[in-house]
Design a protein. Structure first.
Length: 398
């Protein structure tokens, strides 16, 4: 058992950094990008990304490490005096049991004291930064380090239900690439996997396949409450294409912040800005909206480029090339399902209707729970260190 634990732990710790160095080593030996992609089970765009990183920073010993994405400068930083005043007022309000304690009340107190008032958003940031939330559990969750390091990620989500004139109910399915912000939105008549999967196939055929597909815990994404360890259609399609699904923590939609922001755009600039005569017209207009977004919307995080300017050239993308038969049987023999979960004071991890007790050391922290399908195990790790390996067979019909 110790040998098995060591092998699993070694394979997961620093896996991405090892693969990045291996990609460069193979490239220097003359191996093609296509063959490197196949050997390392990574997309072509992933290989190109780290080859470019090596070319730019190969002289540095840390070229293969993920860079710090924090902004180099903080604009409009609040003065220490104002921050101290906000902290003191917040503490006073917390000590008064019947008083409102929000940012707007702090703002009025600052005005009464003759102090220049920052925005309510700035006040909220000061409150969060100094751990002055109302509820202790919220503080612990916000301050806990959230897992990072996933590359070539696409986020997806559902908006709705929404309604057309006459009471016709529908949903929007949206998907966006985290790196390039390339996005698509699809009106669907319901939120079943059979309605969503054709949208995924269309996006992956037109744009590219991700390595990770991140989503919330919507039932139609997961599969079935009746058979929680079975794979739904959406998961089968993702896994059969070498894509690892990532499920964000329940009740934390901001973890899917990229697609949530795009959803606001869909709501304001598409849905409420038009009057649609029928569902087919909306589907056609959604194509135009998606194309316009990808050609014209600029994002600071990608150097104020448009998504189309930020994506790799067509010949370098790993796209879904074969036509997909929705009625064909999909057999899954390997792959991983990833769940990011926050461990509360009871030290319990809850995955697919199963409960596991974890080390006290993991309390009040986020962990990565990875179901390795071909090994029938669930690994629990934090900061690339594996703390637990639990037996976890999935139901895979032959």
């Amino acid at each position: 058992m110790f040998t098995f634990l060591f092998v699993i732990q070694k394979s997961i710790m620093n896996e991405e950094e090892i693969l990045r160095k291996e990609a460069v080593r193979l490239h220097l030996q003359g191996v093609s990008v296509k063959d490197i992609s196949a050997q390392l089970n990574r997309s072509r765009q992933w290989v190109h990304k780290w080859l470019k990183q090596y070319e730019r920073n190969g002289s540095s010993e840390s070229w293969y490490k993920s860079g710090n994405r924090r902004p180099k400068q903080v604009r409009n930083k609040v003065s220490p005096e104002i921050e101290k005043a906000v902290i003191n007022i917040r503490k006073e309000l917390l000590s008064e049991p019947y008083h409102q304690r929000g940012a707007i009340n702090i703002l009025y107190r600052l005005e009464a004291m003759g102090i220049q008032t920052p925005s309510t958003a700035t006040i909220n940031r000061i409150i969060k930064r100094n751990g002055l939330h109302n509820r202790e559990t919220t503080v612990l969750r916000k301050e806990a380090e959230y897992p990072a390091g996933f590359v070539n990620v696409q986020q997806m989500d559902l908006i709705g239900p929404r309604y057309l004139k006459g009471g016709f109910k529908f949903y929007f399915f949206s998907i966006m690439d985290v790196d390039s912000h390339y996005a698509r939105v699809y009106p669907v008549k319901n939120k079943s996997a059979k309605s969503i999967v054709p949208c995924l196939i269309d996006c992956w055929s037109d744009y590219q396949l991700p390595d990770f597909l991140q989503m919330d815990n919507e039932l139609s994404f997961r599969g079935s409450n009746k058979h929680p360890r079975s794979l739904g259609l959406l998961l089968k399609v993702a896994l059969s294409n070498g894509i690892a699904p990532i499920f964000i923590p329940p009740a934390e939609p901001w973890r899917n912040g990229v697609i949530e922001k795009f959803n606001d755009n869909v709501q304001k600039r598409f849905y409420t800005a038009h009057i649609f005569s029928d569902f087919e017209q909306m589907k056609n207009e959604a194509i135009r909206f998606s194309d316009f977004h990808n050609r014209n919307h600029r994002y600071g995080c990608i150097g104020y480029k448009t998504p189309e300017q930020a994506v790799e050239p067509l010949e370098k993308r790993s796209r879904l090339s074969a036509e997909w038969d929705m009625n064909a049987k999909i057999l899954i023999e390997e792959g991983s399902l990833i769940f990011i979960r926050f461990i509360r004071s009871d030290c319990k991890l809850r995955i697919l209707d199963s409960v596991f007790s974890v080390d006290e050391e993991l309390k009040y922290s986020y962990v990565i729970a990875r179901i390795v399908i071909e090994k029938y195990v669930l690994t629990v790790s934090r900061n690339n260190i594996v703390y637990h390996i639990f037996p976890f067979p999935m139901f895979l019909p032959k």
